[in-house]
Design a protein. Structure first.
Length: 145
């Protein structure tokens, strides 16, 4: 697999694991040192903190958050040596609480720094710039950051 494909798979695996409620797998994508937060603010560091952040902030229904993270406009730059890179992508999250309407709740841009650790692409840093926000009351318990 070439580096661009590996990075793209990481980006899509994040969305898949979040939407399936597999927060352990999501957090593992950051290893022990990866940062996860909003652009211009603090961040959770490492899988343990990131897992606690996800578990504490995201509402789940029968084990899943009832979301779909739709990622588009992916731009990937691989650095020399093909072991680090940067990615930028748009994200739109749609959500439906039980008996509620299907609705877009967030739209923004992911800004990612990625690297290879033991042959696997991981997030060194994932920052979100949230540009549009809908009703988050049935999705988040508290702001994760």
């Amino acid at each position: 697999m070439n580096p661009r494909e590996g990075i793209e798979r990481l980006l899509y695996a994040y969305s898949d694991t979040i939407d399936r409620g597999d927060f352990e797998a999501t957090a593992a994508m950051f290893g022990d040192e990866g940062l996860y937060g909003l652009v211009g603010s603090g961040a959770a560091k490492g899988a343990v903190q990131i897992l606690a952040t996800l578990r504490g902030s995201v509402q789940v229904y029968d084990g899943v958050p009832r979301t779909r993270h739709i990622v588009t406009n992916v731009v990937i730059d691989v650095d020399d040596g093909a072991v680090t890179g940067r990615a930028r992508s748009y994200v739109q999250v749609v959500h439906q609480a039980p008996d509620g309407p299907l609705a877009p709740i967030v739209a923004g841009t992911y800004h990612d720094h990625v690297h290879v650790v033991d042959g696997v692409w991981q997030f060194a840093e994932r920052r979100m710039h949230i540009e549009l926000t809908g009703n988050l009351s049935t999705h988040l318990n508290t702001s994760p950051f």
